[in-house]
Design a protein around this ligand. Sequence first.
Ligand code: SAM
Length: 411
Amino acid sequence: PEVPNITNNEQTITEGRATITTLGNVFYNPVQEFNRDLSISVINVFSKERSNSPKLEFGIKNENGIRILEALSATGLRSIRYAKEICGIKEIVANDISKIAVAAMRNNIKDNRVDELVTASENDAVMLMYEHRLKEKQFDVIDLDPYGCPSRFLDAAVQAVSDGGLLLVTATDMAVLAGNSPETCYSKYGAISLRTKCCYEMALRILLQCIESHANRYGRYIEPVLSLSADFYIRVFVKIYSGAHKCKFSTSKLSMVYQCNGCETFTLSPLGTVKTSDNKQVKFKLPTGPPLNSQCEHCQHSHLLGGPIWSAPIHDPNFVQKVITETPEHLNTARRIQGVLNVVYEELIDCPLYFVLERLSGILHVTTPPMMEFRSAILNAGYQVSFSHSRKTSIKTDAPAKVIWDILRCW
Ligand code: SAM
């Protein structure tokens, strides 16, 4: 649900190393502690990578450190926590359009004694980011944590992140992304969502293609380091690079999704294939997906067409591994972060989307086999299998759908 948890009365909250007071209706959602803790863990790894030094100090201004913009900051809690719990910081700008939020934020910055590192800003986030498009003004990290859909902030955000910098984006409009309103999804994200059992991963991939498409307009492209579905939202962490030449390869990282109306088998069809020839020329081949009215090879029903989605890897396993080993121990959700990231680390990186075991057996009207035995059968048939972090009963595999159906039929 997309209902923001708004506190009406003044309230003092301690989270991580920050203690803040909310005023009036300024947004604060305790459930998002995991989101904030995870972001702290990820930016810490990024900051160490960026500075090339494992020994950075917390809470102390580092002139060679990173510059962070929290574009939609509300109480300032997140920025204050970043100042106290991330090492190697030069500056944090905590911005909000609401006067009352910025008033609360100013008090909280003072009370937490992070004035040296955190500056409060009262601006429209879009205008502020447009003012930071030039190289010397760009931020190393931009965090977008809006109510609902983030897409209206993306055009400015992809321009205001420095080369190799990190963009963090939350989306909470899960109904739109998960296929309840595909036409709204198209108008907001430029992709058709599908009602599918793997809708959470599809949501992540729709958001990633949307960010990539905004970045491509400015000769930039993304490299996702971590993409998570959690609680009622999704959160992606992507690095943004400049390189018009590399943008030519974007079509090969995007696919349309054909989903059968009967057995729900999905097929991915890339928007085009791109190859570099011997003389380094980029060669583009037009897409050759199945026609939409073609019948499903498994049950002869027609297809629904969704996408485009990001069909390249959604995580960087090396980066994820560093976040697992370097998760700060003091975080309340440290164990949860490590638990989720261990599943993420094991995810098959080249197998977009997934089957859901009980749905497969429901479609065939057979008893659901035990998950571990079903996974063993896939492995014994010579294919790889993993879970997706976004669903307990998910099956990610490089086995063709025919193999999956055959295994289940013979159970
Ligand atoms: N990041 C915060 C946290 O972790 O607690 C929560 C942010 S809250 C979900 C979204 C905030 O965005 C609200 O405080 C709202 O006032 C602000 N906002 C909405 N539109 C904005 C805009 N165009 N520019 C700046 N702030 C905006």
